[in-house]
Design a protein around this ligand. Structure first.
Ligand code: XIL
Length: 331
């Protein structure tokens, strides 16, 4: 009995989500979304390049489509994301003369003013409708040091401090998250712990650590996943699984012509290993979101290269896969 994903996971989490685009909703997956999920996040539609391509000119069409569908169907919405080094228009990092910013005090002021205007606009428009915002995304290197993005080069850690402060002011009801990938890796996990510990000590309003959890059939281990959850628990934050998927590839270059039953079985095994950990520590986690609904709409079909992948719980015919049974415990 297929039942529903959100129903099967309800004993653990009240929010089970999927990343969507307007076409996910419009292209025949609305019923599937309504049955299985009670939370949505925009895969791209709330990013800077989608919402403020030109300074001060905001376009909310795709984001509104998602928020309106969610609201109409009693679903929560995660907001993703205010600050990222990708999918951010070049103008954001250009100085008053249109040249790429260098690290001057004037440019720092200009950059932070733009950030505040962007956060005020987005958080303000959707105030009260967003359960959690990914305020900053992917701000760490793999060794746990701050990523040397334009944000960091121009503003140091002040872009993070201000982003959280402004987001709190603009939508006091939203859970504010710092979101990243590979947080099961010790060095990056510890870097995240230290950064959040420092900023919270300064009074910066960080409520949540988001773990993207872009995984593969062999990785990560249950024990590393468990260690991550335990480490962040000491920060007195909630944790969210924000972008879960499991690739059938363990490198960036392989490419299969077909997805086999063996792949699907291995996928289910990894999903089960990771969800067993999440369920055992369910009280540390306030929502679980998959990065897509069915395999055909996964970003992994085109990243890091164009290749066939099968990282989600539903196949391209919208049928449940072994991974679905593994995650839900249904049969
Ligand atoms: C991805 C989208 O799914 C793709 O459609 C887009 O081309 C690139 O970005 N980490 C994140 C997400 O935080 O925003 C990314 O989403 C996937 C990796």
């Amino acid at each position: 009995n297929v039942g529903s994903l959100k129903g099967a996971l309800a004993p653990y989490w009240s929010q089970v989500g999927a990343a969507v685009s307007p076409s996910t909703i419009l292209a025949g997956k609305a019923d599937l979304l309504k049955i299985h999920y009670n939370s949505l996040v925009a895969g791209n539609a709330m990013k800077w390049d989608a919402t403020e391509k030109t300074e001060g000119v905001f376009s909310y069409g795709d984001a509104d489509t998602i928020v309106n569908f969610a609201t109409a169907n009693n679903m929560k919405v995660r907001g993703h994301t205010f600050v990222w080094h990708n999918q951010t228009p070049a103008w954001v990092f250009q100085d008053a003369n249109g040249a790429t910013m260098t690290a001057t005090a004037a440019n720092k002021t200009l950059l932070l003013n733009r950030l505040k205007a962007h956060i005020d606009a987005l958080a303000g428009r959707y105030k009260g409708k967003i359960s959690a915002w990914d305020v900053v995304n992917e701000v760490l290197n793999e060794d746990g040091t701050p990523r040397n993005s334009m944000w960091y080069q121009i503003a140091g850690l002040d872009y993070i401090r201000n982003a959280f402060t402004w987001a709190r002011a603009a939508d006091p009801g939203a859970v504010l998250c710092i979101n990243d990938y590979n947080l099961t890796v010790g060095s990056k996990r510890d870097g995240m712990y230290n950064l959040v510990n420092q900023l919270k000590g300064e009074g910066i309003p960080i409520d949540c650590v988001g773990s993207q959890m872009h995984n593969n059939i062999n990785w990560p281990t249950a024990s590393d996943t468990s260690a991550m959850l335990d480490k962040f628990a000491a920060l007195n934050v909630t944790q969210q699984i924000t972008e879960m998927d499991v690739s059938i590839y363990t490198d960036n270059t392989s490419s299969y012509t077909t997805v086999t039953d063996a792949h699907q079985t291995a996928l289910a095994t990894r999903y089960k290993a990771l969800f067993d950990v999440f369920k055992a520590k369910a009280s540390l986690i306030s929502s679980v979101t998959f990065w897509g609904v069915s395999d055909d709409d996964s970003w992994l079909q085109t990243w890091p290269i164009a290749r066939l992948d099968a990282p989600l719980l539903f196949d391209s015919q919208l049928q449940v896969k072994p991974a679905y049974w593994a995650v839900t415990g249904l049969n």
